[in-house]
Design a protein around this ligand. Sequence first.
Ligand code: GDP
Length: 172
Amino acid sequence: LPEIALAGRSNVGKSSFINKLIQRKSLARTSSKPGKTQTLNFYKINGKYYFVDVPGYGYAKVSKKEREKWGVMMEEYFDTRTTLKACVLITDLRHEPTKDDVQMYNFLKYYELPVIVIATKLDKVAKGKRPIHLKQTTQTLQVESDDIVVPFSAETGEGKEDAWRFIRQYIN
Ligand code: GDP
C-alpha cells in the first residue's frame, strides 16, 4: 500500500493535524515526550494507504547518540521504501521555519520525495499578515515549484480540503 510520511518538529502540531484530517481524537497521541523511543508509527487508513508518523525532530536536549539513532532510522526508511509516495512536512505559520525545518526539507528533497508543507496554526496569525508569513515559509525553506505550502489550522479546520486534495494525488 502507498505510504505518506508525516514529519515535523516536536510540538509543532503534527498530531493535531492528523487528527483533524481524519476526524479522530485518538489516532495519534499528542505531544510525544523527548527522549522516548524513536520509531516510525504506521497508521492504516481505510485499508487503502498508510500515514507514517516520523518521530519529531529538533529537541535541543536530545543526546548525540539519540540523534544518530534517529538519523540512521530515517535514512534506512527513506532509502528503501518504494511505497513511500510523498511527505507532509508540518511547520508553524507563526514563525520563520527553523534550521531544523530547513534541514528536514532538504533531507526529503535529497530523496526526491514530493513534499506537501502544512503551515499550521493559521488561526494564530492575523488575516492581514498571513500572506507575508506564507511567503516567509516558502522562501526560507526554498520550496521547489513542484511542491506546495498549504496554510492550515487544526483549530478551525481551514486548509483541510486543500491538504486532502494534495495528499490524494499521491495515494491514487
Ligand atoms: P505534536 O507534538 O507535533 O504532535 O504537536 P501537537 O499536535 O500535540 O500540538 C502541540 C500544541 O499545539 C498543542 O497544545 C495543540 O493544541 C496546539 N496546536 C496544534 N495545532 C494547532 C492549531 O492549528 N492552532 C492552534 N491554535 N493550536 C494548535
